[in-house]
Design a protein around this ligand. Structure first.
Ligand code: ATP
Ligand code: MG
Length: 133
C-alpha cells in the first residue's frame, strides 16, 4: 500500500477523501483506532479550513521518521488569504466565520507536533505529526 497521499481540496467531497486516505495510511502504519480517529479528525479540520477560508489547497499525508520514531505527517497548504494573527487563532473560540473556533487548537491537542506558517495574502502551511507509540 501507498504510505503517501496528496489530496487536492476544492469541495466538501475532497474533505471526505482526505480523511479516508488519512485513515488508510494511519492503519497501514500501525496506529490504533483511537489514534486513527485523532488523525482523521485533525485532517478533516485542516481540510475544512482550506475549503472555507482559502477556497482551495492541498492536504498531504505521509510517513515520517525522526531517529527511531515513526509517525504520520499531515501538511495542509494553501495560497489563500493567510492568517494575520497566529497567536489569536490558537486561542479556543477564536473564529472569523461564526464557527466554534475549536478547529486549530483542537488539531494541536490531537497531534504531537503542530506548526503554522502563514503570511497574510500569501497563504498558510500547517504541519502536524503524530508519533507511533
Ligand atoms: N487555511 C486558512 N486560511 C486562512 N485563515 C484560516 C485558515 N485556517 C484557519 N483560518 C482562520 O483561523 C480561524 C480559526 O480557525 P479554527 O479552525 O480554529 O476555527 P473555525 O474554523 O473558525 O471554527 P471551527 O473549526 O471550530 O468550526 C478561522 O476562523 C479563520 O479566520
Ligand atoms: Mg475550522
Amino acid at each position: 500500500m501507498n504510505i503517501q497521499s496528496c489530496v487536492e481540496v476544492r469541495n466538501e467531497w475532497d474533505i471526505v477523501k482526505a480523511r479516508q486516505s488519512g485513515r488508510n495510511i494511519a492503519k497501514e502504519l500501525g496506529f490504533g483506532t483511537v489514534d486513527q480517529a485523532r488523525i482523521t479528525t485533525a485532517i478533516s479540520e485542516l481540510a475544512r479550513n482550506i475549503y472555507l477560508y482559502a477556497g482551495k489547497g492541498e492536504v498531504s499525508i505521509e510517513r515520517t521518521e525522526a531517529g527511531s520514531k515513526v509517525g504520520l505527517k499531515i501538511v495542509a497548504a494553501d495560497s489563500g488569504p493567510g492568517i494575520k494573527d497566529i497567536r489569536r487563532v490558537m486561542e479556543d473560540g477564536f473564529t472569523t466565520s461564526g464557527g466554534l473556533g475549536a478547529g486549530l487548537p483542537g488539531v494541536k491537542r490531537l497531534m504531537d507536533e503542530f506548526t503554522i506558517d502563514s503570511k497574510e495574502n500569501e497563504g498558510t502551511n500547517i504541519t502536524a505529526i503524530k508519533w507511533l507509540r
